[in-house]
Design a protein around this ligand. Structure first.
Ligand code: NAD
Length: 500
């Protein structure tokens, strides 16, 4: 049994209240760790440490290259511990060992490396032309500066990657951070901040407080000493955070939910597109913001595509995350299983046809939180199963008559995070991609987020961008500095405006 503590000012510590909560392995429901339950006092202490590290410590005034070198050491430590971190992510967050080893940890390392290096390539001082009405001899430039103390609030689906997505851009650009992981998944985020200390990140620069959203999360969002909140999670909580942050007008970036379309055009290569639609839906059991859970199929291909989707889906193995044979692991919690069950009922009540799955599968380990890969046919885009984020392995197949109709339906949602278009004709697919109101559109693939490309949502999928230089810029303020070189007071004729 492990015990995860808070990490404040470079030291592991229990909560001031002494309270703890339990963390369970979703593969069998067993308690695997106790976790210090941070409250308002702990959050205040972490903010004080981050504030001091920013206001008095060396971190913000180090050169980008110096900070980058430390973060690259951190990436190397994570890479060395790939096996151990993969096992932790499997045990704590239900990533199958294949997902954790092939995707989660390599991606976390790759994204950290890229963001650390890219921060060194940004222009922090940029000369600009003077366009004032007074032609003063002056030098004008823009200085990019860190915001200060950032709060990083992250969900349970990809705890290590989410910790990297928050801490890497914040730290690489000279900010300090208090990170709050989801109470469901404390493990790898704690390992991450400890490794940051080993890599040479100074004390107070990166802190972690475990705790609930309403207590620890809201304490972070409302504290006037926090300059920016970077949140990833549900759209409902994102709205609450934006409201709370408005009291102190904090900078806010929000990475929220999605209901991604996968649009199969009539010339799609079905050998790639059919498994592609399942890849879009079932990776990590559908517990991904950018999952493609609405599959749009031309009427002429509908029966063939549905038959192939169902056949492939029924060939997938659901089982323990710790088993290399499992294609799909558990959901994070029994409440998530209940949510998915509820949506299956809603889909049936709305008149969609349950083609496969729809319940807890047989032959899975006792006590775990499993759900069978599920496909609904005959779905109307207006149904709740096509409009609301389910966050489980549920695919809605929607028939369309024309590409115009597919585009209209794909955009008919409050969300706009990510989607995909499948076709052999790339120029044609590009025309469709341009008209999809999503922050990311893949052609003939899904889920392949790049460290160099911006990731974020249109509409109610979020505000701002993560990754790439766009993600780094979200952590930098721009300051205009004007250096006046007018030699004498008489030449400063604008002083006459107030008679000087
Ligand atoms: P959630 O919104 O319930 O919780 C996310 C985090 O916010 C957790 O740390 C939680 O403790 C905290 N929180 C909850 N209430 C809070 C409050 N009132 N104040 C401050 N913090 C609060 O989300 P979840 O269930 O953990 O994660 C799933 C959601 O995350 C899905 O909607 C998914 O689409 C989204 N997500 C988005 C992205 C993206 O990049 N857009 C990536 C991953 C997950």
């Amino acid at each position: 049994m492990r015990h995860y503590q808070l990490f404040i000012d470079g030291e592991f510590t229990d909560a001031a209240s002494g309270q703890t909560f339990e963390s369970r392995n979703p593969s069998d429901g067993n308690v695997i760790a106790t976790v210090a339950k941070g409250g308002r006092e702990d959050v205040a202490r972490a903010i004080t440490a981050a504030r001091r590290a920013f206001d008095e410590g060396p971190w913000p005034s180090m050169t980008p290259a110096e900070r980058s070198a430390i973060l690259l050491r951190l990436a190397a430590i994570l890479q060395e511990r790939q096996g151990e971190l993969s096992e932790l992510e499997a045990e704590d967050a239900g990533h199958t060992l294949r997902l954790a080893n092939l995707f989660t940890v390599p991606l976390a390392v790759n994204h950290l490396q890229f963001l650390a290096e890219e921060a060194g390539r940004l222009e922090y001082t940029e000369s600009i032309a003077q366009r004032a009405p007074f032609p003063a001899p002056a030098w004008n430039f823009v200085q990019r500066e860190p915001y200060g103390v950032c709060a990083g609030i992250i969900p349970w689906n990809f705890p290590l990657i989410m910790a990297v997505w928050k801490a890497a851009p914040a730290l690489a650009t000279g900010n300090t951070m208090v990170l709050k992981p989801s109470p469901y998944t404390p493990a790898t985020a704690t390992e991450f901040v400890a490794a940051a200390g080993e890599a040479g990140v100074p004390k107070g620069v990166l802190n972690v407080v475990h705790g609930t959203g309403p207590i620890a999360g809201e304490a972070l969002v409302t504290d006037a000493r926090v300059d920016k909140v970077a949140f990833t999670g549900s759209t409902a909580v994102g709205k609450r955070i934006m409201q709370l942050a408005s009291e102190t007008l904090k900078k806010v970036t929000l990475e929220l939910g999605g209901k991604g379309p996968t649009i199969l055009l009539d010339d799609a290569d079905l050998d790639i597109a059919v498994p592609g639609a399942l890849w879009a839906t079932y990776l990590h059991g559908g517990q991904m913001c950018e999952s493609g859970t609405r599959c749009f199929v031309p009427a002429g291909l509908y029966d063939e595509v549905v038959a192939r989707l169902v056949e492939s889906s029924e060939g997938l193995t659901v089982g323990s995350a710790m088993d290399f044979a499992s294609d799909i692991g558990p959901l994070v919690d029994h409440r998530q299983v209940d949510t998915v069950k509820r949506y299956v009922q809603i889909g049936q009540d709305e008149g969609a046809k349950l083609l496969t799955g729809g319940d807890v599968p047989t032959g899975v380990p006792q006590g775990g939180y499993y759900f069978a890969p599920t496909i609904f046919g005959g779905v109307e885009n207006s149904m709740r199963i096509a409009q609301e984020e389910i966050f489980g392995p549920v695919l809605s197949v929607i028939r369309y008559e024309s590409v115009e109709e597919a585009i209209r339906l794909a955009n008919d949602t409050i969300y706009g995070l990510a989607g995909s278009v499948w076709s052999r004709d790339i120029p044609r697919a590009l025309e469709v991609a341009k008209r999809i109101k999503n922050g990311t559109v893949w052609i003939n693939d899904h889920h392949l987020l790049s460290a160099a490309a911006p990731h974020g949502g249109y509409k109610q999928s979020g505000l701002g961008r993560e990754l790439g230089r766009w993600g780094l810029e979200e952590y930098l303020q721009v300051k205009h500095i004007h250096v006046d070189q007018t030699p004498t007071k008489d030449q400063k004729f604008w002083y006459q405006v107030i008679g000087l």
